[in-house]
Design a protein around this ligand. Structure first.
Ligand code: NAD
Ligand code: DAU
Length: 349
């Protein structure tokens, strides 16, 4: 089988690529990625020479190129992760999110359809999405697969739109799809614009930890490798035209999470308890900030037997260890453009 994985040089995509390349030597894995600021081939150095792996640098917004790549490589299945993924960037540049997340997804759907016509036997378009499409929960309740879409940020609106297009191609053209909506991921290789790696990097550099608003926003955290394992399971055993929610059964307010992270960092760096917490700085809130996300993952759990394999405390330790052991990776991604992003987002705002 020829499997196209888009966005494979990014955070989650690189873990999915590694899992598939190592686990399925008889499948050929194509990693299509534009290598934006978030894409990094250093994430895949350990598997880049494997015979069942090919990297293709291409942009999913370029319909002609995408069409010719499908015609050349005859992808049997697609696992689509490529996206603009950071909510804060979507607030400053919504169009970039429409282009990649909406138009890019439609280009892939069109190319898949053009290649296979209406003979989709054994084919699958797997769309990786987010719990943010459901909007915000109050203090109680969980997102189920039946929760109505109610996106609040340009990022989540673009992902919601892409989900709708995927589903519509299923209904209109019979294109076989599965969608998964996952909660917040954390772990190795995450670009340090997202909460956990940003704060690890700031603690290492003795910089303020910018907590938005009062810090009482809640997220449901999942270790990235557990997400990759869920994607593998859904890809092979999920039902066509179904949606599966994936979550960590692991809710934390941002402020409690940051305090736990600070305590673990102090221990690891042999600093006095309380040292890193002193860096916590409350800053202006994110506009349209969703109060709470929490996933009911009972469907994937009951139907496919999936559950997270590591506790949050273990996952956080593994994550901290990875960033401490990969200072070259961290230095490479935080030099250059990152500095001007940081300046605009946190210092000039
Ligand atoms: P990421 O930002 O780390 O990686 C995105 C990848 O897509 C990068 O390698 C980038 O180069 C590539 N890309 C971006 N625009 C492209 C384009 N136009 N053409 C080709 N490649 C392009 O993102 P991530 O956190 O790994 O998220 C991956 C997917 O999972 C996204 O679809 C995201 O919406 C979804 N998701 C993420 C999370 C999370 O917590 N990170 C949770 C749920 C779902
Ligand atoms: O829920 C899934 C989503 O999780 C994914 O779809 C997105 O791709 C991913 O980026 C993530 O979105 P969030 O907006 O929840 O993640 P982020 O790490 O940006 O923020 C997590 C929480 O921390 C959120 O409530 C905002 C807050 N925060 C974030 C940053 C970057 C801060 O308080 N300060 C910060 O500097």
């Amino acid at each position: 089988m020829n499997i196209l994985i888009t966005g494979g040089a990014g955070f989650i995509g690189s873990h999915v690529i590694r899992l598939f390349v190592n686990k399925y030597p008889n499948h050929h894995i194509y990693n299509l990625d534009a290598l934006t600021y978030a894409g990094n081939l250093e994430n895949l150095e350990d598997i880049e020479n494997e015979p069942n792996y090919t990297f293709i640098k291409a942009n999913i917004t370029d319909a002609d190129t995408i069409e010719s790549l499908f015609s050349l490589y005859k992808f049997d299945s697609v696992i689509h992760l490529a996206a603009e993924s950071h909510v804060d960037r979507s607030i400053t540049d919504p169009l970039a999110f429409v282009n990649t997340n909406v138009l890019g997804t439609i280009n892939l759907l069109n190319a898949f359809r053009l290649l296979w016509g209406s003979d989709f036997k054994g084919k699958l378009f797997y769309h990786v999405s987010t719990d943010e499409v459901y909007g915000s929960l109050g203090k109680t309740g969980l997102f189920t697969e039946a929760t109505s879409y109610n996106p609040n940020s340009p990022y989540s609106a673009s992902k919601a739109s892409s989900d709708h297009f995927v589903r519509s191609y299923g209904e209109t053209y019979g294109l076989p799809y599965i969608i998964t909506n996952c909660s917040n991921n954390y772990g190795p290789n995450q670009f340090p614009e997202k909460l956990i790696p940003l704060f690890i990097n700031n603690i290492l550099n003795n910089k303020p930890l910018p907590v938005y608003g009062d810090g009482n926003y809640t997220r449901d955290w999942l270790y990235v490798i557990d997400h990759a394992i869920a994607i593998d399971l859904v890809f092979h055993q999920g039902k066509i035209k179904e949606t599966y929610n994936i979550g960590g059964f692991n809710e934390w307010t941002n402020i409690d999470l940051v305090k736990l992270l600070c305590a673990q960092m102090d221990k690891k760096l042999q600093k006095n308890p309380g040292t890193s917490e002193k860096l916590i700085t409350y800053v202006k809130d994110r506009p349209g900030h969703d109060l709470r996300y929490a996933i009911d993952a009972s469907k994937i759990s009951k139907e496919l037997g999936w559950k997270p394999s590591v506790t949050f405390e273990e996952g956080l330790k593994l994550t901290i260890d990875w960033y401490l052991n990969n200072d070259i990776w961290l230095n490479n991604v935080t030099s250059g453009d990152y500095q001007s992003y940081y300046q605009k987002q946190y210092i000039n705002s």
